[in-house]
Every structure is written in structure tokens, then in C-alpha cells.
Design a protein around this ligand. Structure first.
Ligand code: URA
Length: 209
């Protein structure tokens, strides 16, 4: 069973409150999402492997640690996932970025891929799939399925806000993928919006409506 991690760090929760607030405008919303993405990247990389090295300080030899250098990849789900990419890259600038776009078929309600461009070596990378709003979980689950078909072996899912329904769906479909969120909200409404949520993340990031 995949694990659900809720990042309850006070800085993340403080910034999330302003992200939720309908009075927060596009510029500030974008900046806050970027900052929360950086803070979440700090938490999500806690298990990165390190190796022991020695380093000469001005006064002695120190035993120290360096990152093992495991390759990482970020996969934002278009379009709202883009809003978290730069914030994560601030901490892990060498990560490669693949993009995946899905739309919902209005008749079957299935998530259909319309764009997918991945680094050629995704099978060797630890991937962070980014979907700020985990609502029904349909897009995230389908994106993960597509990435597995393309050879991905190691994935984490990073979201700002999840609905219980989305968490359940991803955990059922992908028991090997842990989920990292800043909050789990109450429920979905009839239009699959997260309640209370923050509205449409893409529209608020890009100033569309
Ligand atoms: N996508 C959003 O942007 N917001 C929601 O509440 C649900 C899905």
C-alpha cells in the first residue's frame, strides 16, 4: 500500500492559507505556489541517498556527506503542474523535466494523453510527478500508468491539496507510488472541484478564467 504524507510544516500551512484565499491575486498566488513547492521539495527529498566523504576544512579533516547523485526527474501534469516546477528546481537544479498533458473525454470521462515528452532515461530516474490538485485522481493515475508504460520504475506524487477520493484512487491503482501533499480536504463537489480547495489551480496560476 502506498503511503500518504501530509506536510504540516508551519511555513507550508501558512502559505497554503494565502494560496486558498480567493482575494490572493495571480502574481502572489504564483509566488506562493513556487515557495510552497520549494518547501515541499525539501521534505520530499529527505530519503535521498548520501555517501560519506572526507573534506579538508581550514583546520582539520571532516567526515562529511555528499548526495549519491541518483538521477531525478520532474513530471508536471499540464497545466497546473507547471506552477510547482521552478520552486522544486531551486533545490534540485540538475533534475530533468518531462511534461505530460491529459484531457478528459467528455463522453467516457477517461483521461486521454495529448502530449508526452520525457527524458530518454526515465527508467533510471526517481520521478516526482506533480499534480497540484488531486481531485478524482483520474489524471494523476493515468499519467503514472503512462509513465510506467514508458519505463518509469520509481515515482512519487506531489500535490498541494488532495481530496480523499483522489488519494484512494491513486493508492488503489498504484500501491507502489507514495503521495505527498500539503493538505487533504473534505470532499469533491458535483463538478469534481475540491472542497474547500482553492478553486481552479491552472486559472489562478495563469490568470485565465
Ligand atoms: N483541479 C483544480 O484546479 N481544482 C480543483 O478543485 C480540482 C481540480
Amino acid at each position: 500500500m502506498s503511503q500518504l504524507y501530509v506536510f504540516d510544516h508551519p511555513l507550508i500551512q501558512h502559505k497554503l492559507t494565502y494560496i486558498r484565499d480567493k482575494r490572493t491575486g495571480t502574481k502572489e498566488f504564483r509566488e506562493l505556489v513556487d515557495e510552497v513547492a520549494t518547501l515541499m521539495a525539501y521534505e520530499i527529498t529527505r530519503d535521498m541517498p548520501v555517501r560519506e566523504v572526507t573534506v579538508e576544512t581550514p583546520v582539520a579533516t571532516a567526515k562529511a556527506k555528499l548526495l549519491e547523485g541518483k538521477k531525478l526527474g520532474l513530471v508536471p501534469i499540464l497545466r497546473a503542474g507547471l506552477g510547482m516546477v521552478e520552486g522544486i528546481l531551486k533545490l534540485i537544479p540538475a533534475a530533468k523535466v518531462g511534461h505530460i498533458g491529459l484531457y478528459r473525454d467528455p463522453h467516457t470521462l477517461e483521461a486521454i494523453e495529448y502530449y508526452c515528452k520525457m527524458p530518454s532515461d526515465i527508467g533510471e530516474r526517481d520521478l516526482i510527478v506533480i499534480d497540484p490538485m488531486l481531485a478524482t485522481g483520474g489524471s494523476a493515475s493515468e499519467a503514472i500508468t503512462i509513465l510506467k508504460q514508458k519505463g518509469a520504475k520509481s515515482m512519487k506524487l506531489m500535490c498541494l491539496i488532495a481530496a480523499p477520493e483522489g488519494v484512494k484512487r491513486v493508492q488503489q491503482d498504484h500501491p507502489d507510488v507514495d503521495i505527498y501533499v500539503a493538505a487533504v480536504d473534505e470532499k469533491l463537489d458535483d463538478h469534481s472541484y475540491i472542497i474547500p480547495g482553492l478553486g481552479d489551480a491552472g486559472d489562478r496560476l495563469f490568470g485565465t478564467k
